[in-house]
Design a protein around this ligand. Structure first.
Ligand code: HEM
Length: 204
C-alpha cells in the first residue's frame, strides 16, 4: 500500500484528467469511423451515462479507500469533475441527438420514460458540486459547509443507480454490481468515523 501511495503522490492530477477523457475520445472515434452499431444515438447516450456513473462511484470510493490506507485523495476532485463532464454530455446527447432539440418531444419523453426525471435529479445534485469544486470556493464556504454540501454526491449516486435499475428491463450482473457498489459506499458513509484522539495537555 505504501508503494501505491508513493506512486500516487508523484502522479500529477492532470494525468487523471487526460486519462479520464480517453473514453470520450474513443466514443468520438467510434462515431467518426462509423463503427458504432445499428443505433449510434442510443449507444453514445448509454456509454456517456455509464462512464459518468463509473466516475461518480470512483470519486465516492476515495474516502473509504483512505480508511484502509490507500490515499488517493488528490484525485477526488478530478474524478468528480469527470463524472459531471460525462453526465452533462449524457444530457446533451439525449436533448440534442435523441430529441433533436424539440422541446415538446423532451416533455413527452419525460412522461413516457419517467426514469429520466430521476437522472435529472442526479444531474441537478451534481451542479453545486461542480460549481464549488475550486479551492477559492472551499475557502469561501469553509471546509465544514463544503463537506456538508458535498453529501449531494450521494443523492446523485442514489438517483443515478435507480435511473439505471428502472431503465433496463431486466437486471443483469452489471446492474446488480453497480447497485451493490453503491449500497456498500453509502453504507460505509453511514458508519461512525473513528474519533480523533483528544490532544493531551502538557502538565503545568
Ligand atoms: C439530465 C439527466 C439525465 C438524463 C436526461 C438521462 C437520460 C438517459 C437516457 C435517455 C438513457 C438511455 C435509455 C435507453 O437507452 O432507453 C440513459 C441511460 C443511462 N443513464 Fe442517464 N440520464 C440522466 C442522468 C443520469 C445520471 C445522473 C446518471 C448516473 C450518475 C445516469 C446514468 C445512466 C446510465 C448508467 C444509463 C444506462 C447505460 C447503459 O445501459 O449502458 N444518467 N439516461
Amino acid at each position: 500500500m505504501d508503494r501505491v501511495n508513493a506512486v500516487a503522490r508523484r502522479l500529477p492530477t492532470w494525468v487523471v484528467y487526460v486519462a479520464g477523457t480517453l473514453p470520450f475520445l474513443w466514443l468520438v472515434w467510434l462515431v467518426v469511423s462509423g463503427d458504432i452499431g445499428a443505433d449510434p444515438v442510443r449507444l453514445v447516450e448509454r456509454k456517456l451515462g455509464l462512464t459518468g456513473l463509473q466516475f461518480l462511484l470512483a470519486s465516492l470510493a476515495i474516502t473509504p479507500l483512505r480508511r484502509i490506507g490507500l490515499n488517493l485523495i488528490r484525485f477526488r476532485r478530478a474524478l468528480g469533475l469527470l463524472a459531471f463532464f460525462y453526465i452533462a454530455l449524457h444530457l446533451t446527447a439525449w436533448v440534442w441527438l435523441d430529441m433533436g432539440l424539440r422541446w415538446s418531444e423532451v416533455v413527452a419523453d419525460l412522461w413516457k420514460r419517467p426514469y429520466i426525471i430521476l437522472g435529472m435529479v442526479g444531474l441537478v445534485a451534481m451542479l453545486p458540486l461542480a460549481a464549488t469544486s475550486t479551492n477559492a470556493a472551499i475557502r469561501a464556504m469553509g471546509p465544514l459547509a463544503w463537506g456538508r454540501l458535498h453529501r449531494l454526491a450521494y443523492i446523485a449516486l442514489i438517483a443515478g443507480v435507480l435511473h439505471l435499475l428502472i431503465l433496463v428491463k431486466i437486471w443483469t450482473g452489471r446492474e446488480l454490481a453497480y447497485a451493490a457498489i453503491a449500497v456498500v459506499l453509502l453504507g460505509l458513509r453511514l458508519l461512525p468515523r473513528r474519533a480523533k484522539p483528544k490532544p493531551v495537555r502538557a502538565a503545568a
